[in-house]
Ligand binder design. Structure first.
Ligand code: HEC
Length: 128
């Protein structure tokens, strides 16, 4: 189990530092950060309910929410900054789904949980 300190350090690295803004496309995040994001995504932390719309494997639900594991992005470039922004604001005007995504998917997530779930979504492409 990773200590809280390494988790916090990982998130600082992932979310705030100048290194994060200049992050190359193959950025990886500390396992503890991705693990927290996995828990948020699947409703085990922060009351996150991403999986109810995007599916347990994040491959999307037709008409409800898009695939987050493919290279196709409806609302941005798929960067980590884009993911943090999109999770924070939600998607008030969906392009394909029938209903919007509420801010933070409708959960009350801390900034740390938002950054972690964004890191988790970001990491899915590396597992493809
Ligand atoms: C109520 C259903 C719902 C929940 C819950 C939900 N989303 Fe979404 N999500 C959507 C919809 C709808 C869209 C926009 C689809 C469209 O434009 O057609 C979207 C879009 C996105 C996008 C942008 C996809 C793209 O192709 O640009 C990301 C990233 C995302 N969601 C991540 C998350 C995360 C992470 C969570 C949990 C914190 C979450 N969503 C919770 C419905 C949901």
């Amino acid at each position: 189990m990773y200590s809280l300190i390494s988790l916090a350090a990982g998130l600082a690295l992932a979310g705030n530092g100048p290194a994060a803004r200049a992050a190359p496309a193959d950025t990886t995040f500390p396992p503890a950060v991705v693990a927290l994001g996995d828990s948020v995504f699947h409703g085990r932390a922060g009351g996150g309910i991403c999986f109810t719309c995007h599916g347990p494997n994040a491959k999307g639900t037709p008409g409800l929410a898009p695939d987050l594991t493919d290279a196709r992005w409806l609302h941005g470039d798929g960067s980590y900054a884009f993911l943090v922004r999109t999770v924070t604001t939600g998607v008030p005007k969906p392009r394909e789904a029938a209903a919007p995504m509420p801010p933070k998917g409708g959960a009350t997530l801390s900034d740390l949980q938002v950054r972690a779930v964004a890191a988790y979504v970001y990491s899915l492409r590396l597992a493809r």
